[in-house]
Design a protein around this ligand. Structure first.
Ligand SMILES: Cc1cc2nc3c(=O)[nH]c(=O)nc-3n(C[C@H](O)[C@H](O)[C@H](O)COP(=O)(O)OP(=O)(O)OC[C@H]3O[C@@H](n4cnc5c(N)ncnc54)[C@H](O)[C@@H]3O)c2cc1C
Length: 309
């Protein structure tokens, strides 16, 4: 694409929703999304591990606070609605949460496996450099990486930012994906764990994501922080002990570990997207700005569009 009107760094919900909304406002706009991973969705992540399938990032989105996006995602046979363990009405995607990102990305130009490593100013805007050796010029850049990663990029590009942004820290999350030999006797996908260190348990078969019995177990910030750097075999053993204490009857066939260094922001920035003063056309957005979760990311995307155009 020659000279996009906007380059978005990151193909998570924030980046993809911003691109979509910006195009709804102006179909002639040229928007390029650059994503460092091989897949779309960021923390909307689905792992196929035959015969099981697991969502191992976000498990659902809140129906009410996601606004019109619920209607956009709600295509026949693709979305189910539930009341989650906190009593909130949520939507889940049968093809896995990554499918929501894929639906958002339809008709968007997204370059995967493209990590942005530097930004420089030009007389008419920005030049964006990727690890792959490519570069693009554009008047506008939206940065949607989790804040610590976004700040690394700004630092490396010698762009100053509000000091308070470095106080935005995220909780890590250790997640165990359990392939089960038989289906537990549960009637909802969202099982409230009896006690810490388990934070949430989701039955992927009940959620209609997996054709076979499979649980995703997320550990709380305390356990996840303490064991984030622990040897993986050891942390899996510790995690399985904790799971068996609460669910002694589970027939566990196999267990995989997924580590999220940046899972959920533990503080939220007062603005739902942040323009960088003195650097026109550069905006930061994401769940640490709009509010925790997918609805927060969508809120941040809305504000980002209004700051960028
Ligand atoms: C275990 C877990 C469970 C969760 N459960 C829920 C839930 O049930 N409901 C809910 O609403 N929310 C949940 N969340 C939170 C939710 O997933 C996030 O709030 C939301 O997905 C954030 O979207 P985002 O686009 O802001 O960030 P991200 O999804 O992190 O997207 C940022 C993207 O930027 C890319 N990127 C980073 N640096 C670069 C670079 N230099 N160049 C190019 N690309 C780059 C990343 O690869 C990533 O794809 C959960 C999160 C986790 C980890």
């Amino acid at each position: 694409m020659e000279r996009p009107d906007l380059i978005i760094i990151g193909a998570g919900v924030t980046g993809l929703a911003t691109a979509k909304m910006a195009l709804e406002e102006g179909a002639e706009r040229k928007i390029l999304v650059l994503e460092k991973s091989a897949g779309l969705g960021g923390r909307l992540a689905t792992r196929r591990s035959p015969p099981a399938i697991f969502d191992h990032g976000a498990q659902s989105y809140p129906v009410m606070s996601s606004g019109s996006w619920h209607a956009f995602w709600k295509r026949p046979g693709r979305i189910d609605e539930w009341t989650d363990a906190e009593g909130v009405r949520v939507g889940t995607s049968r093809a896995g949460m990554t499918d929501l990102a894929k639906h958002l990305a339809q008709d968007l130009e997204v370059l995967k496996n493209t990590k942005v490593i530097r930004l420089t100013r030009t007389p008419s805007g920005w030049k964006v450099f990727s690890e792959t050796g490519d570069s693009w010029e554009t008047p506008r850049v939206l940065l949607t990486a989790p804040v610590p990663q976004a700040l690394e990029l700004l630092k490396g590009s010698q762009i100053p930012y509000p000091a308070g942004l470095s106080q935005l820290v995220y909780d890590p999350a250790l997640v165990i994906l359990l392939g089960l030999d038989s289906s537990p006797a549960v009637t909802t996908p969202f099982i409230r764990p009896k006690q810490p260190p388990l934070l949430s348990v989701t039955d992927q078969e009940q959620k209609k994501v997996s054709g076979t019995a499979a649980w995703t177990v997320v550990f709380d910030p305390e356990f996840s922080t303490r064991h984030f750097e622990t040897d993986e075999v050891k942390v899996k053993t510790l995690a399985l002990q904790e799971i068996r204490k609460q669910y002694p009857d589970l027939n566990i066939r196999d267990a995989q570990l997924k580590k999220w260094r940046y899972s959920r922001p533990s503080r939220i920035w007062p603005e739902s997207a942040q323009a960088i003063e003195g650097y026109p056309g550069l905006v930061l957005a994401g769940d640490a700005f709009g509010g925790n979760g997918i609805d927060g990311a969508l809120q941040s995307a809305r504000t980002a569009v209004s700051l960028l155009f």
